[in-house]
Design a protein around this ligand. Sequence first.
Ligand SMILES: C=CC1=C(C)c2cc3[nH]c(cc4nc(cc5[nH]c(cc1n2)c(C)c5CCC(=O)O)C(CCC(=O)O)=C4C)c(C)c3C=C
Ligand code: FE2
Ligand code: FE2
Length: 368
Amino acid sequence: MTDFLPEPPFRHDQPSRIGVLLVNLGTPDAPTAPALRAYLKEFLSDRRVVELPRVLWWPILNGIILNTRPAKSAAKYASIWLPGGSPLKVHTEQLTARLAAELGTRLGLPLVVDYAMRYGRPSVAAALTAMREKGCDRILVLPLYPQYAGSTVGTALDAVHRVLLKTRTLPDVRSVRHYHDRPGYIGALRQSVEAYWAEHGRPDILVMSFHGVPRRTLELGDPYHCECLKTGRLLAEALGLAPEQYRITFQSRFGKAEWLRPYTADTLVELGRTGTGRVDAICPGFAADCLETLEEIAMEGKASFLNAGGREFHYIPALNCRPTWVAALADLAEEQLTGWLPDPEQHAGDAERLRERARRAIAAGSPE
Ligand SMILES: C=CC1=C(C)c2cc3[nH]c(cc4nc(cc5[nH]c(cc1n2)c(C)c5CCC(=O)O)C(CCC(=O)O)=C4C)c(C)c3C=C
Ligand SMILES: [Fe+2]
Ligand SMILES: [Fe+2]
């Protein structure tokens, strides 16, 4: 066997480190048709994303979708592009830096915290290779999807495992599969909604919109639908909402097959038509704002609701790098790192003290 990845020779004098790798979906390099074509080709060739037999899917993808969708999607990306690039990339980068600072302070260890994208750049392989080169022999993989779906977390972990298959000296690896019901995540969502309502007032109905998946995956056993419903219910409970004050919906349908229902777009039209004055929308499954939240919900969703007769529509931003969210992710990571730390008891104490400090800062209303 000669197909292992090259790796630096083992060195006794190199400090051994812990790596924390955040993994997000990925995004095009530019809001242009050629960049979209490359991104969509990689994304939509993933068998975890499109589960059709290749003989059926290949001609549709290469003959139709990759000739029509890139230009249309590029125009949508252009409408949300930031000076630093795609919002998904900008927010993921910022979140990584904040998490690195938080974990560094809490643990007082030379950690390597980085991010990778499942599609596009930086690839999972490049990020893992860079971590190994920095001496990481223990790596925690933390996908930025609170709810598990085979088409997101499943494929992100496939990418990690594909690299490991070619690695001679394996690191210790742990991964977090989901955190859809974790108090830290739900608490960060609650705090973000309450902060928004304190500033802008309250809606008649809160729409919680999650990315959809084909309905067939639910029938085949994917837990995604149930995890979204649980997140929605826990958030509603945390906010003290009665059942008639919120809806849980699914957006971003792709293709002709049935996806999870109710569809967000249909719900917004129905709410507008039936005289709901104000709707606020939040997308709890998206850790970072991106095309699907900023264009599909905040722009298209708003237009559908207002055109159907609604009076006022607000999009509540994703968690991005809110301090409560950074603290929740750091808690998740820290929990997984137990046993890898030099002196867990001593560090557990440090972490509690630092968490208390973070809680006090949040209570005192420190800015994002
Ligand atoms: C074809 C099937 C798709 C499945 C299944 C799917 C699941 C899925 N996606 C996300 C999160 C995101 N998707 C985003 C964009 C996006 N998604 C699809 C298709 C499927 N997604 C496409 C073709 C695109 C590209 C844009 C377009 O042309 O419409 C994004 C935004 C990326 C960005 O750059 O901003 C996110 C995030 C989840 C969570 C999910 C299953 C649970
Ligand atoms: Fe998607
Ligand atoms: Fe979309």
